[in-house]
Design a protein. Structure first.
Length: 149
């Protein structure tokens, strides 16, 4: 059995030239992945309505005419309620042309307000994403407010 040929060790990283050669040496061990097209994201989970690609299906649970997915709602284990309907005041606001014209001014008006809330820090002790949970009411303190028209 023949021994594999020895590879030259990468040069030291003491200079920028050494760094370049070491990077090229390490790059020779890996290949660049090719672009893969999975098609359109047109499959819909029947439990939660999420759009997914066909390749994301669970092969063991899927049949030829019925694909099953579990990376969206964990096979029905996670149920998110639909948002409640907006009041007519909000609907009228978003359909108002003046609101869209002046939205930046409204944002600038409230950008320096103070935010006060009772934050529950007890929900972030387990693994998972950070959760910003508020107890009670959110308050904005503006100080002296002078409106210019």
């Amino acid at each position: 059995m023949a021994l594999p040929a020895k590879r030259r060790p990468p040069p030291a990283a003491s200079s920028s030239t050494g760094w370049y050669h070491r990077t090229r040496h390490l790059a020779s061990f890996s290949s660049v992945p090719q672009y893969v097209d999975f098609g359109d994201c047109s499959c819909v989970c029947q439990l939660c309505g999420a759009y997914l690609w066909y390749v994301e299906r669970v092969i063991k649970l899927s049949t030829s005419g019925h694909s099953r997915y579990n990376n969206c709602c964990r096979d029905g284990g996670v149920v998110l309620p639909y948002p409640s309907r907006f009041s007519l005041e909000f609907v009228d606001l978003y359909q108002n042309a003046h609101f869209f014209k002046d939205i930046k001014a409204y944002n600038r008006m409230f950008c320096m307000t103070s935010f006060r809330a009772n934050v529950d820090e007890g929900v972030n002790h387990n693994r998972g994403p950070y959760v910003f949970k508020i107890l009670g009411q959110i308050c904005h303190r503006i100080g002296s407010l002078i409106l210019f028209f």
